[in-house]
Design a protein around this ligand. Structure first.
Ligand code: BT5
Length: 282
């Protein structure tokens, strides 16, 4: 199969597929989240391309992987730096019964990435709510889930940016957590095929749990808590124009962060940025 069989894109660079992508396709093609994998050497943003494919009624489990992105995006239109060596990927899913709960999809993807980092790379991984994977104090992965309407109903696009084999000098200087590369942290290259095979298996399991309803979500939340780096700690979380300071208590059944404010009131935050994580002083 050529990578252009379903989508034509005018790019000056040839989309010669690396061997690991063909190997991966054989290993994960049976999973519901990775039915069809397209590889591009360079795109603007895999999430934007995924949106276009949704409008063309692409199948459930479509995966787009790109070698680099020229306009990779984070949340709220922020820039996502996507140099060579990273894995920039988007998955298209059509969840049955309008299960379009983006918070839980983000939780599913975060748990899958954290597990994969620990299993395949052997480094400790933490999840910084809502969408960052942290290893050795630096952000090695960011997740951007979006809901779009297409000819077959709602589609969820799960965009994941993994700094797998990126060189340090290609990473951006950031204001909060420093950007980190797994290869640099480990001190050697990591097999893309092994990493992505593990990720797709783990994500397939987490996504299946999510689709099972409340029992599956309870299981997912238990796993999420195992990796969460802020529970019981003092945080400042910014959402929209608002900001709350308090203790991060938990994530509720909707995937919202539960913060107990300094005045004892509880705030549930659907989406926001945690600005600081600190120790609770007695
Ligand atoms: C995210 O946003 O962390 C979501 C990033 C999702 C990227 C993937 S790549 C595949 C797919 N296609 C896309 O176009 N996007 C998705 P947010 O929490 O808003 O964090 C954005 C911030 O992370 C930026 O403002 C920078 O400070 C920082 N940043 C940018 N590039 C980075 C990188 N490569 N590694 C670590 N941090 C980075």
């Amino acid at each position: 199969m050529t990578s252009h069989s379903r989508y034509e894109r005018d790019l000056s660079l040839p989309d010669i597929e690396p061997e690991w992508v063909s190997g991966l396709r054989k290993k994960v093609g049976h999973l519901r989240v990775a039915k069809e994998i397209f590889y591009y050497r360079q795109v603007d943003s895999t999430n934007l391309l995924a949106r276009e494919l949704v409008q063309q009624d692409t199948i459930n489990g479509t995966v787009i992987i790109s070698g680099t992105q020229t306009s990779g995006r984070g949340r709220l239109g922020r820039e996502w730096t996507s140099p060579p060596g990273g894995i920039w990927v988007s998955l298209v899913l059509y969840p049955p019964h309008q299960q379009t709960d983006l918070s839980f999809i983000t939780i599913s993807a975060s748990v899958a990435v954290a597990r994969t980092v620990e299993k395949v790379v052997g480094l400790k991984a933490e999840i910084k709510w809502p969408n960052d994977i942290i290893s050795e104090g630096s952000k090695v992965c960011g997740i951007l889930c979006e809901l779009v309407s297409g000819p077959s109903g709602w589609a969820i696009i799960v965009g994941i940016g993994m700094n797998l084999n990126v060189e340090s000098e290609d990473l951006p200087l950031t204001e909060t957590y420093p950007a980190g590369s797994l290869k640099v942290l480990l001190g050697r290259r990591i097999s893309e095929e092994r990493f992505m095979e593990s990720f797709f298996h783990d994500f397939n399991e987490c996504y299946s749990d999510f689709l099972k309803g409340s029992q599956g979500k309870t299981k997912l939340l238990d796993q999420w808590r195992r990796y969460a780096n802020m529970l019981g700690k003092k945080i400042i979380v910014k959402f929209g124009e608002k900001q709350v300071e308090g203790i991060a208590k938990d994530v509720d059944e909707k995937g919202y962060l539960v913060v107990e404010g300094l005045d004892g009131t509880t705030t549930r935050v659907m989406a926001g940025d945690v600005l600081r994580i600190g120790i609770v002083e007695d």
